[in-house]
Design a binder for this molecule. Structure first.
Ligand SMILES: Cc1cc2nc3c(=O)[nH]c(=O)nc-3n(C[C@H](O)[C@H](O)[C@H](O)COP(=O)(O)O)c2cc1C
Length: 198
């Protein structure tokens, strides 16, 4: 797909069909996500994928309370997504990378010296690429916050303590009936309001 078309076409999808996606497409989404920029090429972003039905059911039961999905107008079709990609990042990899001799000038070997947490910036870039590639393949995707159940997920999926949780991407076949979400309720800021050129 032509790049600008792809960017305008990408929208968060919160409702999916109970329809398989191929392993090839799933892998392609992750492969593209891993081509993102990385501060000092630290490459601290990692993914754990809940793919099988039991793994997906375990994911949803860890992160939602009973009945929440069924009762949610905006998210009730979300658990039909055929893969849930947990987005994780190792802050330690960034700190260690910036302690290397070629980065010693930066003082970023100390966490408090960082102007912004670049590990989360890299994770955001990876997520964006994943969302774009999902759109490119005709799939739907939602990046969403996970604000409960991380410790259970850590145990179930064997995720090391070193990895910080960023959020999750639901990936599947869109059912085309998305009517909710902040972007449907609010207006987009104008170009002029969002930029100053001197
Ligand atoms: C960091 C981040 C966290 C988000 N968390 C959620 C979420 O928890 N649940 C949700 O439905 N949408 C979530 N969204 C999606 C936003 O609501 C959405 O991107 C925004 O309304 C713009 O809509 P669009 O992406 O469809 O253009 C999140 C987006 C970002 C970038």
């Amino acid at each position: 797909m032509e790049f600008e078309t792809l960017v305008y076409k990408r929208k968060m999808v919160r409702s999916f069909l109970e329809k398989e996606i191929s392993d090839k497409d799933l892998e392609e989404v992750i492969r593209i996500a891993l081509r993102g920029p990385s501060a000092g090429f630290s490459q601290g972003v990692e993914f754990v994928v809940a793919r099988s039905r039991p793994a997906r059911e375990q994911f949803w039961s860890c992160v939602t309370t009973p009945g929440w999905l069924e009762g949610s107008k905006s998210h009730c079709g979300m658990n039909k997504a055929q893969a849930v990609v947990l987005v994780l990042v190792s802050k330690e990899k960034y700190i260690a990378r910036y302690q290397a001799p070629d980065k010693a000038y930066s003082a970023w070997g100390l966490e408090e010296s960082w102007p912004a947490p670049y590990w989360y910036i890299d994770a955001g870039a990876a997520v964006m690429l994943a969302l774009l590639e999902a759109t490119n393949l005709g799939l739907g995707a939602l990046f969403f916050a996970v604000d409960r159940g991380w410790e259970e997920l850590r145990t179930f999926f064997g995720i090391s303590e070193e990895l910080l949780f960023v959020g999750a991407i639901a990936l599947g076949v869109p059912n085309g009936s998305d009517r909710f979400g902040s972007a449907k309720a609010l207006t987009r800021r104008t170009f002029e309001d969002s930029i100053k050129i001197f």
